[in-house]
Design a binder for this molecule. Structure first.
Ligand SMILES: Cc1cc2nc3c(=O)[nH]c(=O)nc-3n(C[C@H](O)[C@H](O)[C@H](O)COP(=O)(O)OP(=O)(O)OC[C@H]3O[C@@H](n4cnc5c(N)ncnc54)[C@H](O)[C@@H]3O)c2cc1C
Length: 485
């Protein structure tokens, strides 16, 4: 570590690796958190900040799964769309839930300060672009976000989107000036080190094999130690397994893969004139420029684990499809992680039975939602704050175990296929509109030229005899059948 008082983010990560300890002795704590991802570490940080003794048990290493491999975009909201959220819980509860998701994002911003997490490099603004021509819905959505959900947004018309992102794939856009992005990995290790600083103990290589949550003091068993705790927080996401099998089966694991390109020089600026994150409204692509002129891109998904390297070609093709001007770009690194998708699209946050809590199912949008979960659960445990009950309408719905994963794969394919088809139709409609516009312009021009060439008819001078028009021959009476001729 350097001589200076604030360690750099790399130093924090190295220190975290060095500080890696396995739990090999029995322990008694107020709160035991299972899982050291974004959710578990935020719960630990908040509980320790509020004065509880905390132990985090991580089966592998900090950030081993999705939390250590996300793209660092922090936006308000959930995986479930706003309209569906309102339909499910009504406008008032939807507003409260949305406000919590905004607070979650602001909590991340509050932690991601240079003095707390050096090198975190925060940048502002995110753009959500539409794959289909949904201009008619844009105004309604903007009004809803701004007026009902108090979120600062700006609507971008197709021209502005296409001046900023040189592709015909996207139509309208919604710009979120208060959304931001950060270095996701640095944030995660920053959280771990902040939690340690306030007294939380983090044990890695310590898988929890069983939890007995029946008594006042819960019993937690690991291969080499036992713990007792007044509260247990299940933050193991899709890898939780044996300690809470029924809970685990309510999550559909979805592996998402991402890559970063080599430096692309000026040609990147020619096609992407936006420094924040861009994501499409169907959740297919998510990208941003990093380190000045490299492109970081997340796209393909599977419902079983595969080597991320296998997806380098797919991401290359995706980039070329969206930005043909970039051609085939060279990929330097690929990675992936499994997110937990719930059947209803909302995270699982709350108390399952006295002293047994859950924080999982954050899907693709885990930074703001896991931060919100950490705050709600810590305050629920230590202050008796019951705001977590806003999530009660979203029960634990069985995601179908192994067969659900296969079905999820096909549903995912169908969803992506139908969004791709909708995008194709929208572009086709646009081409037709352009062609029709050109045709009409050609007809108008032809009419104009014809009008210019036509002999000019002047009105006759006053008193001049009017031209005699040829008269039609007098009408003959209709011939009837049988008449001569
Ligand atoms: C490629 C990619 C890009 C993403 N980009 C973004 C983004 O830009 N913005 C955003 O908001 N979200 C993003 N996400 C989503 C986000 O990463 C996740 O929603 C979030 O990380 C989930 O955090 P978690 O703590 O619930 O789960 P995890 O990260 O899976 O952490 C759970 C931990 O629990 C441990 N564990 C499980 N079972 C046990 C056990 N029995 N005993 C001990 N430990 C156990 C696991 O080992 C794991 O480390 C992205 C995800 C991916 C994959």
């Amino acid at each position: 570590m350097s001589e200076t008082s604030t360690p750099s983010a790399e130093e924090l990560e190295v220190a975290a690796v060095r500080a890696r300890t396995r739990l090999s002795f029995d322990l008694d704590v107020d709160v035991c958190v299972i899982g050291a991802g974004l959710a578990g570490l935020t719960v630990a940080l908040e509980c320790a900040r509020l004065g509880a003794s905390v132990a985090v048990l991580e089966g592998r290493q900090i950030g081993w799964n999705a939390s250590g491999h996300q793209l660092g975009t922090v936006m308000p909201g959930f995986s479930l769309g706003l309209d569906d959220l309102i339909a499910r819980v009504g406008l008032e509860s939807a507003r409260e839930l949305w406000a919590l998701s905004r607070e979650g994002a602001e909590f991340v911003r509050g932690n991601a300060r240079e003095e707390l997490m050096p090198g975190i490099s925060l940048s502002e603004g995110a753009l959500e672009v539409s794959n289909v021509d949904a201009g008619d819905q844009l105004i309604r959505r903007l009004q809803m976000l701004a007026e009902d959900f108090e979120t600062e947004v700006e609507g971008w018309q197709v021209d502005r989107v296409r001046q900023t992102l040189v592709t015909d794939r996207y139509f309208h856009g919604i710009y979120y000036p208060k959304a931001f992005q950060l270095d996701g990995r640095k944030y995660l290790f920053g959280l771990a080190s902040a939690a340690r600083r306030v007294g939380a103990r983090i044990f890695e290589d310590t898988p929890v094999v069983s939890v007995d949550s029946s008594g006042i003091r819960k019993r937690i068993v690991t291969p080499s130690a036992r713990l007792r705790a007044a509260h247990v927080v299940l933050a193991g996401n899709v890898h939780l397994g044996a300690p809470a099998r029924r809970l685990w089966e309510t999550l559909l694991p979805v592996w998402r893969y991402a890559a970063v390109t080599v430096p692309l020089g000026n040609r990147l600026d020619e096609v992407i004139g936006f420094k924040g994150s861009v994501s499409d409204s169907d959740g297919i692509d998510h990208f941003r420029i990093v380190e000045g002129n490299r492109l970081m891109w997340a796209s393909p998904e599977t419902t079983w684990a595969m080597r991320p390297q296998l997806f380098a070609g797919a991401i290359q093709r995706r980039i070329r499809t969206i930005f043909p001007k970039l051609g085939t770009v060279e990929i330097t690194e690929t990675w992936g992680g499994a997110v937990g998708q719930t059947v209803h699209g909302m995270p699982q946050i709350g108390q399952l039975r006295k002293g047994l809590w859950v924080a999982s199912g954050f899907g693709r949008q885990g930074l703001n939602t896991s931060a919100m979960a950490g705050q709600l659960i810590a305050r629920g445990i230590l202050w008796g704050d019951e705001r977590w009950r806003l999530f009660s309408p979203f029960e634990l719905v069985y995601a179908g175990g192994a067969s659900g994963r296969v079905a999820g794969f096909f549903v995912g394919l169908w969803g992506r296929g139908s969004s791709a088809a909708a995008g194709m139709l929208a572009r086709q409609r646009e081409r037709t509109r352009v062609q029709e516009g050109l045709r009409e312009a050609r007809i108008a021009e032809a009419n104009r030229v014809a009008a210019l060439r036509a002999p000019v008819r002047r009105p006759p001078p006053p008193g001049a005899p009017r031209p005699v028009r040829p008269q039609p021959p007098p009408a003959q009476p209709d011939r009837k059948e049988g008449e001569g001729g």
